[in-house]
Design a protein around this ligand. Structure first.
Ligand code: HEM
Length: 504
C-alpha cells in the first residue's frame, strides 16, 4: 500500500493510519442509542446517550461467514451492498477477510468520532499539513486558467456526432490537469497512456496490500504482486519525467515565469518537519507520487459520474448549462476573460449539482485506519492492532440522513429542504473530515466546476443507446462503460432547450 518511497501513493484507501485513543475526549461520549427491546443494536436517530466506559458492548460479527474465506467473497461480490447492509447489524461490526479480522464502522457518528475525535492521537502529517495549508484560495485561483486551458484543449479535439468513452476521456483530462496545473509540466503522450494502463494494477495491488499488510505476501510471485510492481515502475517513470520537466512554468513547461507558483516549487521549498532543511529530492518525489494518484483518480471518477447523471437527467443538464452560459468566456484563442474562482463561486446551481454527485458517488468506497492502542468507539472497545474500515458511501446513502438517498436531486441541498443541507456533519464527507481530510479539496471543487463549465458550454452531451455506467468498486467507486455522444452547441442555443423539453 505504500510506494517504493514508503509513502502511500494512490487513493488513501490503503493509507493505514494509526489511532490510539482509549480514554481520549472524543471517545468518552458514546453516541449510540441503547439496545432496542429485542436486544438488537439500533442506529442513532438523533437522540444519543452517553455510554460509560465500563459498559462496553460486544462487537457483533457480520452474518454469512464462510470457512477459511470469511466474508471476503461477499465483500468482493457487492462491496457497497455488503458494507451498507452491516449498518443493520451494529454501529461497529466484525468482518473476517481470510485470515484477518477487521472492524467495519457503519455508524456515521462513530465514523466522525474516529476521524475527528480520535484524530489528535494521529502523528502529525508534516509535509501533508503544509500542503493542505498551501492550497489557499489564492493559489487555487492561480491554477484556474491552466485547468481551463487544459480542458479546452482536450474538448477541442472532440467532434460533433462523435461518441466518447467518458471514463477514458476524464482519466486523461484529470492526469493532464494535475501534471500541468500543479506541476507545471507536460507528459509525453506515451507516458500518459502507460499511466492509465497501469492504474488498475496499482489500485488492485494497493487494495490487497492494505487489507493484508504482510511483507511475505507482498513478495509472493502472484499476478497481483507482479502487476503492482510493474505498475509502480510506470508511475516512477511518469513522476521522474514530471519532476525533470516541471516547475518551469505554471502551464506549458516553457518557462513563462510562473514556476514558483507550482506545487512542485512549493514542495521543493517546504522544510522537512524533522530537520528544518528543505525536503530532499526523494521526499519531494514521494509527495509527488501521492499527489498523482490522489489527485487524478477521484476527480476522473467524479466527472464521469457527473456526466452519467446529466445524461439521465436532461432537465438538470439544461438548468446547469443555462447557469454556466452566464460565465465570462475567453475567445477561442484563449484571449479575453477566462474563468475565475470568483465567478465559479457565484454558481449556486452548479455547486448543488457537484455536491449531489459527490454525495451519491463519493469516490472513496472504503478507507482504513488501524488502532494503535485500545480504542473506545461509542459503546464498543476496539482492541489495539485492529483494522478499522469505514465507507464514505454508506452515510451518503443512508435514508436516516438523506431522504430517498439513491435519487439524484441537486435541490435537496437547498437550505429549506429537509435532509440535504440540514443533514448534519456526519452525513456528507466526500473529502473525509478532521486533520486527515483531503489535501486537495479546494482545488478539486474548482477543478470540477471548470471542467463542467468548459465541456458544457461547448458540447451538449447526448445518451448512447444501450450504454450506461456500471458501478465497479476498485479502490474508488468507478463508473465504467459509459459512452456519450456529442452535439456542438452555442451558448443558450437549441440543444439545451431541446434537452429540457425532452425530459419525461
Ligand atoms: C473529487 C475529488 C476528490 C475527492 C472526493 C477526494 C477525497 C479524498 C479523501 C476522502 C481523502 C482521505 C481523507 C482521509 O483519509 O480521511 C483524500 C486524501 C487526499 N487527497 Fe483527495 N480527493 C479529491 C481530489 C483530490 C485532489 C485534486 C488532490 C490533489 C490536488 C487530492 C489530494 C489528496 C491527498 C494528497 C490526500 C492524502 C492522501 C494520503 O494521505 O494518502 N485529492 N482525498
Amino acid at each position: 500500500m505504500a510506494g517504493r518511497s514508503g509513502r502511500p501513493f494512490l487513493t488513501p484507501c490503503g493509507d493505514v493510519r494509526r489511532f490510539g485513543a482509549s480514554g481520549a475526549p472524543g471517545a468518552e461520549r458514546g453516541e449510540l442509542s441503547g439496545p432496542d427491546p429485542e436486544g438488537t443494536p439500533r442506529r442513532p436517530r438523533g437522540d444519543t446517550v452517553t455510554v460509560p466506559h465500563h459498559a462496553h458492548r460486544t462487537i457483533p460479527h457480520a452474518p454469512g461467514l464462510i470457512p477459511v474465506l470469511g466474508h471476503a467473497p461477499a465483500l468482493l461480490r457487492d462491496p457497497l451492498g455488503f458494507i451498507g447492509a452491516l449498518g443493520r447489524v451494529g454501529g461497529v461490526v466484525r468482518v473476517r477477510l481470510g485470515p484477518r479480522t477487521v472492524c467495519v464502522v457503519t455508524d456515521p457518528a462513530l465514523v466522525h468520532t474516529l476521524l475527528v475525535g480520535l484524530a489528535h492521537d494521529c502523528p502529525p502529517q508534516g509535509v501533508r499539513d503544509t500542503l493542505r495549508a498551501a492550497f489557499t484560495a489564492e493559489r487555487v485561483a492561480s491554477c484556474v486558467p491552466v485547468v481551463e486551458e487544459v480542458t479546452r484543449e482536450r474538448v477541442g479535439r472532440w467532434r460533433h456526432g462523435h461518441v466518447i468513452d467518458v471514463a477514458r476521456e476524464m482519466n486523461h483530462l484529470a492526469l493532464e490537469i494535475v501534471t500541468r496545473a500543479l506541476f507545471g509540466a507536460r507528459l509525453r503522450a506515451d507516458s500518459a497512456l502507460a499511466f492509465h494502463r497501469a492504474l488498475p494494477d496499482l489500485v488492485r495491488g494497493q487494495l490487497v496490500r492494505s487489507l493484508y499488510p504482510h511483507r511475505a505476501l507482498a513478495r509472493l510471485p502472484l499476478p497481483v504482486n507482479r502487476g503492482y510492481d510493474a505498475a509502480l515502475a510506470v508511475l516512477d517513470r511518469v513522476v521522474d519525467q514530471t519532476l525533470a520537466r516541471g516547475g518551469q512554468s505554471n502551464g506549458d513547461g516553457g518557462g513563462d515565469g510562473d514556476g514558483e507558483r507550482t506545487l512542485l516549487a512549493l514542495l521543493r521549498a517546504t522544510p522537512d518537519p524533522a530537520t528544518g532543511s528543505p525536503l530532499d529530492e526523494a521526499a519531494v518525489r514521494s509527495e509527488a507520487i501521492t499527489m498523482f494518484g490522489a489527485g487524478t483518480e477521484p476527480v476522473a471518477t467524479t466527472l464521469t459520474w457527473l456526466f452519467h447523471e446529466l445524461l439521465r437527467h436532461p432537465r438538470v443538464c439544461a438548468r446547469l448549462m443555462a447557469e454556466l452560459d452566464g460565465l465570462p468566456r475567453a475567445a477561442p484563442d484563449g484571449s479575453g476573460d477566462g474563468l475565475t474562482l470568483d465567478a465559479l463561486g457565484r454558481l449556486p446551481y452548479t455547486a448543488r449539482v457537484l455536491r449531489e454527485v459527490t454525495r451519491l458517488h463519493a469516490p472513496h468506497a472504503f478507507l482504513l485506519r488501524t488502532a494503535a492502542r485500545d480504542v473506545d468507539l461509542g459503546p464498543y472497545r476496539v482492541p489495539a492492532g485492529t483494522g478499522l474500515l469505514y465507507s464514505l458511501t454508506a452515510p451518503h446513502r443512508d435514508p436516516a440522513h438523506h431522504r430517498d438517498p439513491l435519487r439524484f436531486d441537486p435541490d435537496r441541498w437547498l437550505a429549506d429542504r429537509p435532509g440535504g443541507a440540514a443533514a448534519g456533519p456526519h452525513a456528507f464527507l466526500p473529502f473525509g473530515v478532521g486533520e486527515h481530510r483531503c489535501v486537495g479539496e479546494t482545488f478539486a471543487w474548482a477543478e470540477l466546476a471548470v471542467v463542467a463549465a468548459t465541456v458544457l458550454r461547448a458540447w451538449q452531451p447526448l445518451p448512447v443507446a444501450g450504454s450506461h455506467a456500471r458501478e465497479v468498486v476498485s479502490g474508488t467507486v468507478q463508473a465504467q462503460g459509459l459512452s456519450m455522444a456529442l452535439a456542438a452547441r452555442t451558448p443558450g442555443g437549441p440543444a439545451a432547450t431541446e434537452a429540457a423539453e425532452a425530459t419525461p
